[in-house]
Design a protein around this ligand. Structure first.
Ligand code: ARG
Length: 263
């Protein structure tokens, strides 16, 4: 099944501030390299037959490339983002406006939430991260607006500040995750819900290997996550490695650059 993604070319990408442990404004980032790597990701989706729509990047919003944070779209309904840090604040309205212009029913969020960074939609439920960015009040707000059960999961390691840095959906029913990113209680919840899950190593998580995008057959994943790639192949998935090292300097990977528009 082809998917529909929204992406934002990193024309204004830089590491200008530090709102997660990956970011070091003194180390700098190369925008041209970031754009080239991002083009590779976009091409990978298009080769797989997925549709990619683009939102215009806004000057002064260097993290806007991380489209996953822009909203959560389920069943054609758009639940807006409300960012935890003021540096990214204007991205919420920018993404919401894009959806409004395309004719989607939108809802501006009352509570802090960073879109698909913390809301991962499976077939029957939405998994929702909290601990660093998204407020649990937004979990309830999303549940009410989107009409899907939302399961809260607590993140405890600042390197994995969004749920999508620690877990991804393999096929809408099963997931891959790094247990160490979650509280004891949430690890227990994940074990109960997903006894067949793919468990990633710390080394895979540390290269943002869990920030991957699967269409149920193909997994687009950071090239450095080698053990995880092997395990995915063993489970029958086709692995599409991509190189996004420049964007990782801001704490992002393939999934961060990708907002899924679910009809
Ligand atoms: N620098 C961005 C931030 O800290 C990275 C966002 C990555 N996006 C994601 N979906 N995990 O907010």
């Amino acid at each position: 099944m082809p998917k529909h993604f929204l992406m934002c070319r990193p024309e204004h990408f830089t590491v200008a501030y530090a709102i997660n442990p990956w970011m070091n404004p003194d180390a700098g980032a190369d925008r041209d390299v970031a754009i080239r790597q991002w083009e590779g990701l976009k091409a990978a989706y298009e080769e797989l037959g997925h549709q990619v729509s683009l939102i215009d990047p806004v000057e002064g919003l260097p993290d806007m490339v991380f489209a996953a944070n822009g909203a959560t779209v389920v069943g054609g309904r758009v639940y807006g983002a409300r960012f935890a840090f003021p540096e990214r604040g204007p991205e919420g309205p920018a993404y919401l406006r894009w959806f409004e212009e395309q004719g989607y029913p939108v809802r501006a969020a009352e509570h802090v939430n960073e879109g698909e960074g913390d809301f991962l939609t499976l077939d029957e439920v939405i998994l929702a991260g909290t601990g660093f960015r998204t407020d649990t009040k937004a979990h309830l707000e999303a549940q009410e607006f989107l009409g899907r059960p939302v399961i809260s999961l607590s993140l405890v390691d600042p390197r994995f500040y969004h749920l999508d840095t620690a877990l991804f959906s393999l096929d809408g029913r099963n997931v891959a995750y790094f247990p160490g990113a979650f509280s004891q209680g949430s690890q227990e919840v994940l074990r109960r819900l997903f006894p067949e899950a793919v468990l990633a190593t710390a080394a895979d998580a540390e290269v943002l290997g869990l920030n991957a995008v699967s269409d149920g057959e193909h997994v687009v994943i950071n090239s450095e996550a080698t053990a995880l790639q092997l395990e995915l192949k063993r489970r029958g998935y086709e692995v599409i490695p991509v190189e996004l090292s420049e964007l990782r300097k801001a704490g992002g990977g393939p999934k961060c650059c990708t907002l899924e528009i679910r009809a």
